[in-house]
Ligand binder design. Structure first.
Ligand code: GDP
Ligand code: MG
Length: 176
């Protein structure tokens, strides 16, 4: 059934915001590398959330690959079932890029109601923060997506992020 399907979750965001670090936390814990081509690295993991297992195929991306594949049917913008858009709370330009990615995603996948979570990473770097939590939250409201702040280094809120993604996917699946 649909519950047994594997969902492709694509991570997008500026270079250096922490995409690979966020995915890497799962990689070390439990995952298995399933595919490596054109710098697209996928990790399969199964999360137990609310007593039910869901398999995710986490797809880490790099800037060059996203640019190279733009417009093609293999574009990360086209192949995801769900998206995690990451910025760094210490880098305002990465926050602006996150908005652009959201707009691009909406344009590419117009009619689809795709789960998207906006992630402000690097909350541990308190003194270099450039984007407040209120700004992040407000941006998520404007762009109609979920929002969470994380620290990949402290592994703070990372499990919550991926559990939240599983719940978003299930909401769509269950038609709620
Ligand atoms: P990517 O280019 O988006 O994949 O970013 P990376 O995961 O490669 O991380 C870029 C740099 O930021 C690396 O040096 C990471 O160690 C660092 N980094 C990633 N996440 C965090 C975080 O939450 N806090 C801090 N302090 N550094 C982080
Ligand atoms: Mg990376």
């Amino acid at each position: 059934g649909v519950g047994d399907a594997t969902f492709r979750v694509v991570l997008l965001g500026d270079p250096g915001v922490g995409k690979s670090s966020l995915v890497g936390i799962f990689r070390r814990e439990q995952d298995r590398e399933t595919q490596e081509q054109q710098q697209q690295v996928m990790y399969e993991c199964t999360l137990t959330v609310d007593g039910e297992d869901t398999s995710l195929l986490l797809m880490d991306t790099s800037e060059s690959e996203v640019r190279k594949l733009t417009g093609s049917s293999d574009s990360p913008m086209r192949i995801g079932h769900a998206y995690i858009i990451v910025y760094s709370v210490t880098d305002r330009s990465s926050f602006e890029s996150a908005s652009e990615l959201r707009i691009q995603l909406r344009r590419t996948r117009q009619a689809e109601n795709i789960p998207i979570i906006l992630v402000g990473n690097k909350t541990d770097l308190v003194r270099s923060r450039e984007v407040s939590v209120e700004e992040g939250r407000a941006c998520a409201v404007v762009f109609d997506c979920k929002f969470i702040e994380t620290s990949a280094v402290l592994q703070h809120n990372v499990r919550e992020l991926f559990e939240g993604m599983v719940r978003q996917i299930r909401l769509r699946r269950d038609g709620a």
